[in-house]
Design a protein around this ligand. Structure first.
Ligand SMILES: [Zn+2]
Length: 485
């Protein structure tokens, strides 16, 4: 079987892949409760002859699905969780919930429905290839990775050693352009600070009360001052999850604040985390309250791999990009208008590829088209994008290559209703299938040239030296759904 035959096989499974794409979009399940999405993915893979194991790494909605045997072992990372509050009608360029009662429910604002479906497409292509030549040694494993959003599912899986058997891992992410993704991302910690005080009548005996809410406010104020004395690329965000009730005439005995602390490097982040803890302790001293520091999750920064990125890029160059109908162009243009307040497509591309490529990108984006029907230039840098991904933890364990497939219009902000609106349309289907084919073709190259895997591994060893991977999540911390925070 050659690459074209692999593409033809994936094309023959198109209806199934689109079905997966759109059903997971509908299910829109959030971190660690993606039961229906997992059932669907596993049943498709099982039917195709993959050996499926659910509930790996002590996570009910994580799974592995393997095909083939022997070395090399190629891991494919699938995601399928949605974001809370982003319910939106698909294929509509106006903000509108799928129904009145669904307003405010979760939606696929990061396109993880496409991500899961595209990985299935890649897996089926690789399976067909391995099947065509039974003497060929090689294993493909789809890793069903739950809770990417706010959960760092892959970091928990990496802590349990799930990815240790992989020679390489491949994945993709949906977005507003076609690109290889060979930069870094921010490591992060999510920590719940829970303050305990003493309730009292706020009017008659305030002297006997100790306000947990005061402590939260002072912690947040302390953090504002801390921000001036940390590196520019670090980020500290918070959400007050418990204000202690609605009675101003009661001294609040309980208040909670959820922090997300980010930095480009894990070691710096560990230091910054201790400084934030000290701010929390300081707030306790000032208010005579107590704080419980509840570590929720963490993920590591992404380690790039130029060998894999170049290989993915070559395959992107070889496979013609999708073309779009008049109807798709019109919908895209209408949705593009709804993204005007976001970063420009040019700025988004500069953020991805780095400032050095701006002149080249200015040419590509000279025309303000709704669909970016071109491939962004190859890049390799260690510049972290503003966000984080738990793919970072896998990239510490084994060489990891990733790309972006276009599933939405130019300028679509991440985690937005506009993203949801596009991710179950034919524009998204094309990006999903394209990405699946590129990943399958990349795996084909890796299966046929052991030297590529050796080179990717040598680069990986050099980049993670000298310490290698250390999971940032303490051993006793278990993943939790949003409702259990
Ligand atoms: Zn995402």
């Amino acid at each position: 079987m050659n690459k074209q035959q692999i593409f033809d096989y994936i094309e023959s499974k198109k209806d199934c892949i689109i079905h997966v794409n759109d059903r997971i979009w509908e299910y829109a399940e959030t971190a660690f409760v993606e039961y229906r999405s997992v059932d669907l993915l596993c049943s498709v893979l099982e039917e195709e002859g993959f050996e499926v194991q659910k509930g790996i790494a002590k996570l009910p909605t994580a799974f592995s699905a393997r095909f083939g045997c022997g070395k090399p072992v190629i891991g494919l990372l699938a995601e399928y969780d949605a974001l809370d509050g982003l319910n939106q009608k698909g294929g509509l360029a106006v903000k509108e919930p799928t129904s009145e009662e669904d307003a405010g429910k979760p939606g696929h604002g990061c396109g993880h429905n496409c991500l899961g479906a595209g990985v299935v497409a890649a897996a089926l292509g690789i399976k067909a290839y391995l099947e065509s030549d039974p003497a060929h040694s090689g294993t493909v494993i789809v890793y069903g990775c739950p809770g990417e959003e706010g959960g760092s599912g892959k970091a928990f899986m990496a802590r349990e050693g799930v990815f240790d058997e992989c020679d390489v891992a491949l994945t993709w992410h949906p977005g507003p352009s076609f690109a290889v993704t060979n930069g870094s991302s921010l490591a992060n910690y999510q920590v719940h600070y829970k303050f305990y005080g003493i309730a009292a009548h706020a009017g008659s005996q305030p002297q006997n009360g100790r306000s947990a809410l005061d402590a939260v406010e002072l912690m947040n104020t302390g953090t504002q001052y801390l921000r001036e004395h940390m590196i520019e690329k670090a980020r500290i965000h918070y959400a007050i999850t418990n204000t202690g009730g609605f009675s101003p005439n009661v001294v609040q005995s309980r208040a909670d604040v959820l922090y997300l602390i980010r930095a480009p490097k894990s070691d710096y982040l560990a230091e910054l985390y201790e400084r934030v803890n000290n701010v929390a302790r300081g707030a306790c001293l000032m208010t005579d309250t107590r704080v419980e520091i509840d570590f929720v999750k963490a993920c590591s920064e992404k380690i790039r791999n130029d060998v894999l990125a170049k290989l993915i890029y070559q395959n992107m160059e070889q496979l013609p990009l999708p073309t779009y109908t008049q109807e798709e162009q019109e919908f895209a243009a209408a949705l593009r208008e709804q993204c005007r307040k976001s970063k420009t497509p040019l700025q988004m591309a500069v953020d991805t590829c780095g400032e050095a490529l701006r002149p080249q990108l200015e040419e590509l984006f000279a025309e303000d088209t709704a669909l970016s029907e071109f491939l962004l230039p190859y890049y390799a840098n260690d510049i972290p994008v503003g966000g984080s991904t738990d793919v970072g933890d896998v990239s510490w364990v084994c060489p990891t290559g990733s790309m972006r497939g276009m599933t939405t219009v130019a300028g679509t902000p991440g985690h937005s209703w506009q993203f949801v609106a596009c991710n179950n349309t034919s524009i998204a289907h094309k990006g999903t299938l394209y990405s699946g084919k590129v990943l399958a073709a990349t795996a084909y190259d890796l299966l046929n040239d052991p030297a590529l895997i050796e080179a990717a591994k040598a680069e990986h060893t050099r980049r993670v030296a000298p310490e290698g991977y250390k999971c940032p999540i303490p051993a006793d911390v278990m993943p939790r759904a949003i409702s259990d925070l």
